[in-house]
Design a binder for this molecule. Structure first.
Ligand SMILES: [Zn+2]
Length: 237
């Protein structure tokens, strides 16, 4: 299995790695370790470069399977055993970390205000959208939510990553709203992202270390997605 450096250290921008397998049919490489996020939980996969001596191979896609994390590259594939250096497109990834953290903070604000569970979400660098179950939504709620979210972000809350044994996560009532019970039964350890004092959820993505790094957000649109469901779109500004 590929060691997922991003899982414990979201700020790692580069890594030394060795090719474990080269899949020539698909043009992809399995590496022994990586800083490239393979996508999931609404966060897109990273892009960047793999550097071998004077050669620079563009990474166009990253995904994971039971073997580990695969990197699709442009150009000729190096063979198994080749040593290389991976460089993630950091500007893009950092935008995604800020956006992803803002989304969790939004979940916290919506939970405290309405006890609304999040039902879905997606993001691009600098843009997030989240779906909530909000039976009593009023259009006048939009501005107070934006204001409260920006107030929370400005408090400089720490964002902590921890790994909980599955049984402990299942028994934690604060994680119930993130539907821990929907995680695959085979999962023995649950990664938890805690915006201390605001939001705590099981999550595989990458986040910034403090809410001040997010800066401010602006709600750009709220839409009805059927009775009692509301979609909120925002920009990180
Ligand atoms: Zn998340």
């Amino acid at each position: 299995m590929t060691k997922r450096i991003y899982s414990a250290d979201a700020y790692a921008k580069t890594m030394d790695a060795v090719v474990v397998e080269a899949d020539r049919d698909d043009g992809r490489l399995l590496l022994d370790q990586t800083v490239f996020y393979p996508g999931g939980g609404g966060q897109p996969h990273d892009i960047g470069d793999l550097v071998i001596g004077d050669d620079r191979l563009g990474v166009t896609r990253v995904a994971q399977d039971t073997k580990g994390v695969w990197h699709w590259v442009e150009g000729g594939l190096p063979g198994a055993g080749t040593a290389l250096v991976g460089e993630v497109d950091w500007d893009r990834r950092y935008e995604l970390m800020r956006t992803h953290t803002a989304m969790h903070a939004m979940c916290g604000v919506m939970w405290h205000r309405f006890h609304s569970p999040v039902t879905g979400g997606n993001m691009k660098p600098g843009e997030g959208r989240l779906d909530f179950e909000v039976p009593d939504w009023d259009p006048d709620d939009r501005q107070p939510i934006e204001d409260e979210l920006n107030r929370q972000l400005a408090l400089g809350r720490d964002v902590e990553v921890s790994f909980l044994p599955r049984a402990k996560a299942d028994a934690d009532p604060s994680l119930i709203r993130t539907k821990v019970n929907l995680l695959p039964p085979s999962l023995t350890e649950v990664r938890v992202i805690d915006i201390v004092g605001l939001d705590r959820q099981a999550d595989g993505g990458t986040h910034v270390g403090s809410t001040t790094e997010v800066g401010r957000i602006r709600i750009t649109k709220t839409e009805s997605k059927g009775r009692g469901f509301r979609r909120i779109r925002f920009d990180v500004v």
